[in-house]
Design a protein around this ligand. Structure first.
Ligand code: MD3
Ligand code: FE
Length: 212
């Protein structure tokens, strides 16, 4: 049996709401950051635009069989990068295994991500309140991994606005959103100017998804 005292002080996984599972300091930051750098070498981070023509301040790129994409034509998943014509780099098997294993611990037995959207936040950048609804099967969760500078993630409910539940996200934290939380509104507060030894003044977030 595991050390009971320690596991009650620092549980591996914490259920913070229906459908929300939090794993503090769970992933190997070097492994995930190396992979981000490799993806960005092939398909650099860029600022996409919304269908309404607004610049998205969070820079993005993707790996997997599908990448989240936005331009004047709308929000969607693309099987290759519309700008360069290149395929998104594959999600390494060892990384997808770590993600599937965490999802299984949260009760999602057969989660296998086909898409990973990678966000990059610079100081002062925020992500405004939104829902994720461009995926085909909402019974599949989304698994999020945070790297570098910490940020405050804000979770609302089924309707826009109201009072947020604030979750500070630090380097190597993993969060799973499924069930009723899968369609909750959420946002990320403006990134503070800070320094992290691995990522400098930036924060990265990877969201592993089943797009198709
Ligand atoms: C809750 N990313 O890429 S991750 C996004 O930190 C996005 O970059 C944020 O929101 C970030 O769409 C938040 C946590 C997260 C991701 C997806 C969710 C929370 C979610 C989908 C439904 C509910
Ligand atoms: Fe989102």
């Amino acid at each position: 049996m595991q050390n009971d005292l320690f596991s009650s002080i620092a549980p591996e996984m914490e259920k913070i709401a229906d459908g929300v599972h939090y794993f503090r300091n769970y992933v190997d930051g070097d492994l995930f950051f190396e992979q981000i750098m490799e993806v960005a070498r092939i398909i650099p981070f860029r600022h996409m635009v919304t269908p309404g023509g607004k610049r998205i301040n969070v820079a993005g790129t993707s790996m997997g069989d599908a990448g989240w994409y936005s331009d004047r034509r709308g929000y969607r998943y693309e099987k290759s990068d519309p700008l360069s014509g290149k395929d998104w780099p594959p999600i390494p098997k060892n990384i997808n295994h770590i993600i599937s294993e965490a999802a299984a611990k949260a009760g999602y037995e057969n989660f296998n991500a086909d898409s990973c959207f990678i966000n990059r936040y610079q100081p002062g950048v925020q992500l405004t309140q939104h829902q994720d609804q461009d995926e085909q099967d909402f019974s599949q969760p989304i698994v999020s991994v945070s790297l570098g500078v910490s940020a405050i993630f804000q979770l609302y409910g089924d309707i826009r606005g109201g009072t947020a539940y604030n979750i500070p996200l630090h380097h190597c934290d993993l969060l799973i959103f499924g069930g009723p939380a899968r369609k909750y509104f959420h946002s990320v507060k403006k990134l503070k100017t800070d320094n992290h030894p691995l990522t400098g003044d930036k924060r990265y977030n990877l969201t592993f998804r089943k797009a198709f």
